[in-house]
Design a protein around this ligand. Structure first.
Ligand code: GLN
Length: 486
């Protein structure tokens, strides 16, 4: 059931917010022992909030847009009074004294916090395997990863533990897990959504966005979280359009660009390729014109990202010094040793690897060769997109080169793991909005996602095309049965 439909039922008194919340809490009870989507379930608060929504309805008050909707929040978004760990020992006991802008807006809109979800430590990873608290599992096949870094949010939505969720996307962390878990995942334009209260990873790339079971629901969530915030200096002042209304406009005549380099990419699974090309043909049947476009720098995104993101991360994570925040080692004889030990014990291997790479790339003598060069390539990637949008309205690619992989598949080879982000990173580099929508299943029954990308602030167009595709293709009607998917 979608958010709009649920709102109608609630308004007519056909179902109560308490019933919806209890239903989802029961679902969590039943499946989260296997999936481990959640680091913390806020059952008591959720029931109390649901009761308040029901009381407001009984009193005849008009209900806000997300009234009574159970939502899960990635555990790198600060929730006042509720632990926010980033799946790191470093923040294991951190209870934020303030609320992030996005979550504050959700609660003001009547949304109900059902729990905080698992992620790769500090959002660095593509599988949730770097979480200090154990990985989450894929609801379609628990022997597979849910993707990452927002894996817990994706598995929670995919398994019906909540109606929708928030994640963050620095290089693909919303879209890739959405593709792996058979749900919709949207990364908005950089600056469309406030980052205030999102624990910083790579500040020029980080963006918060929704997970949902339909494009219409993603539009509902974006409506609530988007818009100016004076607490985030990079947040755009542009007015927020009516996203739900934008879904309806016909797509006939729109030009859809198939990015040549993506379909020729190394390591692209033939089943993923075939499924995304079938989806392109479906868009053509809806009246879109398919155009092949070239973005020659697309595949340089990864190399560029793995200089820029770790550089920013090394600066952002300097604040965890054992003094002001988080974990402090008690073993040390001096202040310097205390900081060194706190960081060595508090951060996991992947986080330490990123800090080392970033510190190296920014060090005197190397900064021009690495960081500056990466920034230049970043500009070229953006220019490729600008050129492509000169001739098409929206770009189409697979979201991830493969479907969900097995646990440990890339354990020995971090570079192989980094390749999982090949197709998602360029949109972050250029600050563009992008969405992943389910488009089929491989012969192992695992979901496949397609990615659509549009120009800056063109979320209305992005959601419109995604919605029309989703409604025409009805991919979920063809889904194989899976024990943990409703
Ligand atoms: N998987 C990528 C990384 O490890 C992207 C993470 C993200 O988007 N937060 O950095």
């Amino acid at each position: 059931m979608g958010i709009a439909e649920w709102r109608g039922q609630l308004e007519r008194g056909e179902v109560s917010a308490r019933e919806l919340t209890d239903q989802h809490l029961a679902r969590i009870e039943a499946v989260d022992g296997t999936l481990h989507s959640f680091l913390e379930v806020t059952a008591e608060r959720a029931r109390a909030d649901a009761d308040r929504v029901d009381a407001a309805r009984s009193a005849g008050e008009s209900l806000p847009p997300l009234a009574g909707v159970p939502l899960a929040i990635k555990d790198n978004l600060c929730t006042k009074g509720i632990r926010t760990t980033c799946s790191s020992r470093m923040l294991e006991q951190f209870v934020p004294p303030y609320e992030s802008t996005v979550t504050e807006r959700l609660w003001q809109a009547g949304g109900i916090l059902i729990g905080k979800t698992n992620l790769d430590e500090f959002a660095m990873g593509s599988s949730t395997e770097t979480s200090a608290f154990g990985p989450s599992r894929n609801p379609w096949n628990p022997e597979r990863v849910p993707g990452g870094s927002s894996g817990g949010s994706a598995s929670a939505v995919g398994s019906g533990e909540c109606v929708a969720a928030l994640g963050s996307d620095t290089g693909g962390s919303i879209r890739q897990p959405a593709a792996f878990c058979g749900v919709v995942g949207l990364k908005p334009t950089y600056g469309r959504v406030s980052r205030w209260g999102l624990v910083a990873f790579a500040s020029s790339l980080d963006q918060v966005g929704p997970f949902s079971t339909s494009v219409a629901d993603a539009a509902e969530l974006l409506q609530v979280i988007a818009g100016e915030d004076r607490r985030d200096g990079t947040c755009l002042k542009a007015p927020v359009p009516d996203y739900s209304a934008a879904l309806k406009a016909p797509v006939k005549g729109l030009r859809v660009g198939l990015v040549k380099e993506c379909f020729e990419a190394e390591g692209l699974d033939p089943q993923v390729k075939a499924s995304v090309l079938t989806a392109a043909a479906q868009l053509e049947a809806l009246g879109c014109e398919l155009v092949e476009v070239s973005c020659p720098r697309f595949n340089d995104g990864i190399a560029t990202y793995y200089v820029i993101a770790p550089s920013e991360a090394s600066a952002n994570l300097a604040r965890y010094d054992g003094v002001k925040y988080g974990y402090r080692s008690e073993q040390a004889a001096s202040l310097a040793e205390m900081t060194a030990r706190s960081r060595a014990e508090g951060f996991g291997d992947e986080v330490q690897r990123r800090i080392l790479i970033g510190t190296y790339a920014l060090s005197a003598g190397y900064v021009d060769a690495y960081y500056k060069k990466a920034q230049q390539v970043r500009t070229l990637i953006r220019r490729d997109f600008d050129a492509a949008f000169g001739s098409v309205d929206v770009l189409l690619t697979p979201t991830s080169p493969t479907t969900a992989f097995r646990f440990g598949a890339h354990a020995e080879d971090p570079l192989a793991m980094y390749l999982a982000d090949l197709l998602t990173i360029p949109a972050n580099m250029a600050g563009l909005p992008a969405i992943s929508v389910p488009c089929g299943f491989d012969d192992g029954g695992l979901p496949i996602g397609l990615q659509l990308i549009t120009g800056v602030l063109e979320e209305p167009r992005l959601l419109q095309v995604a919605h029309h595709y989703e409604q025409a293709a009805r991919v979920m009607d063809t889904r194989p049965s899976a024990a943990l998917v409703p």
